[in-house]
Design a protein. Structure first.
Length: 89
């Protein structure tokens, strides 16, 4: 009878430990899913910002804009044909 009682107590403790393990694992799974969702949103925001920055870079590096700045602010001009020297190899 004592052996059965000890076995019953051990089974009860194992069941309780298993239940606590399941609850802990589910909580960790929920926390991991919340973190995954947060990181997915952050990735989407960063992708949007990256696209916006690429567009801005393309706008700033446009040839016409650079030519206008070179001529307007820096006073640069294209050399005349007489000022051009062609070097042959």
């Amino acid at each position: 009878m004592i052996v059965r009682a000890v076995a019953l107590v051990l089974m009860l403790l194992a069941t309780i430990a298993s239940a606590i393990g399941v609850v802990y694992a589910r909580q960790q799974s929920r926390l991991a899913f919340i973190e995954l969702s947060r990181l997915g949103n952050e990735r989407d925001d960063l992708n949007f910002e990256f696209g916006r920055l690429q567009l801005e870079q393309a706008t700033w590096a446009e040839n016409n804009r650079i030519d206008q700045i070179a001529r307007g602010r820096l006073g640069m001009v294209s050399p005349a044909a007489a000022q051009t020297i062609v070097v042959k190899r």
